[in-house]
Design a protein around this ligand. Structure first.
Ligand code: NDP
Length: 338
């Protein structure tokens, strides 16, 4: 049972050496009389929030820190090999919280959901039909209160969450612009995901000018994935009564000294509503979200791009690649097929 161990708390950018590949034996059955579930992991998900779990514990985080010396924990797609739990049987496919290892013994399987639809790639349950998908869905529909014809800006727009926000906004009849960090990603936004316009933020000397070029009449909705300088420039370009959904601030996660925001006055003068949100608070919407999005996929109304690394050995580099923009689309690690 190959596994990835979290070495020790991280400061600054995470490195591959912060995670160690080892192996350990796993039982072939769940302990008799227990309600545990034994999983064969098929896909592991790399998600930016995992960086927060690599830092020393702080009291205002909504996730616990990883334990040094323990296996890394994250979302994945797995097959049940053995079960003492009444809700799960051998052969079931599930998605949810598992270990970064080939087999995981889950003692309390409350973080697992049985997979209902298998006519789509199973890896989708780490992305479009999993946590990032629900994040995009509730963040856009519930937090942004979008209306047809409004202007929408999405940062980190080609990623796991961003590519969906842009497509949901197009389905609502909004005008959508995204930014991303390479020419290839900008191309995807315009040709694959149907954004009305897109730009490479790394090539823009003046973000304020880039936003003015794309939104001459201002931005109604900003879906915030990056923070820092981008948020500051966006504040200057919001329209009166605009909404900002703060999903994440990836540009800040690895900085020891976080960047300041200088244009907060705009919140008052333009009466902007800015709201942070986290996906776990909205799990109750999962059934509604799943039915809506599976239909979009089947009808070809929404597409999804994934970046699949093969083998557990690649998991550490895949995870750290999120923070340099190496991933093109949702970053997944394939361990084995069903
Ligand atoms: P992505 O698939 O978008 O991967 C991360 C991307 O972020 C990279 O590919 C890179 O793209 C971009 N990025 C990395 N560093 C920087 C930087 N310094 N400045 C600007 N962009 C950067 O990740 P997700 O879609 O999974 O996550 C997007 C955001 O949503 C993150 O902030 C994440 O924390 C947040 N999130 C929040 C949730 C919630 O419940 N609130 C749940 C899930 C995600 P590029 O090449 O374009 O720079």
């Amino acid at each position: 049972n190959k596994r990835v161990i979290f070495k020790d708390y991280v400061t600054g950018y995470p490195k591959e050496e912060d995670m160690i590949l080892t192996s350990a034996t796993v039982p072939s059955k769940v302990p008799q009389g227990s309600t545990a579930v034994l999983l064969k992991n098929l896909y592991l998900s790399c998600d930016p929030y995992m960086r927060g779990r690599m830092s020393k514990p702080i009291n205002h985080s909504y996730t616990d820190a990883f334990t040094p010396g323990s296996v890394i924990i994250g979302y994945g797609v797995s097959k049940v090999v053995d079960s003492g739990h009444p809700d799960f049987s051998p052969g079931d496919l599930v998605w949810g919280i598992t270990g970064w290892e080939e087999y995981t013994l889950v003692t309390a399987p409350k973080g697992l959901t049985k997979i209902k639809y298998t006519d789509v790639p199973l890896s989708y349950y780490t992305g479009i039909l999993g946590m990032p998908g629900l994040t995009a869905y509730v963040g856009f529909h519930e937090i942004c209160s979008p209306k047809k014809g409004e202007t929408v800006y999405v940062s980190a727009a080609s990623g796991a969450v961003g590519q969906l926000v842009g497509q949901f906004a197009k389905l609502m009849g909004c005008y959508v612009v995204g930014s991303a960090g390479t020419k290839e990603k900008v191309g995807l936004l315009k040709t694959k995901f149907g954004f009305d316009d897109a730009f490479n933020y790394k090539e823009e000397e003046d973000l304020d000018a880039a936003l003015k070029r794309c939104f001459p009449d201002g931005i109604d909705i900003y879906f915030e994935n990056v923070g820092g300088k981008m948020l500051d420039a966006v504040l200057l370009n919001m329209r009166v009564h605009g909404r900002i959904a703060v999903c994440g601030l990836i540009s800040q996660y690895n900085l020891t000294q976080r960047e300041g925001i200088y244009n907060m006055t705009a919140i008052v003068t333009k009466r902007i509503k800015m709201q942070g949100f986290i996906e776990p608070d909205h799990k109750n919407l999962y059934p509604q979200f799943l039915e809506a999005v599976i239909q979009y996929i089947r009808d070809g109304k929404v597409v999804y791009v994934e970046d699949i690394a093969e083998g557990i050995e690649k998991a550490p580099s895949a995870l750290i690649g999120l923070f340099t923009g190496r991933n093109v689309g949702k970053q997944v690690v394939l361990l084995g097929c069903d």
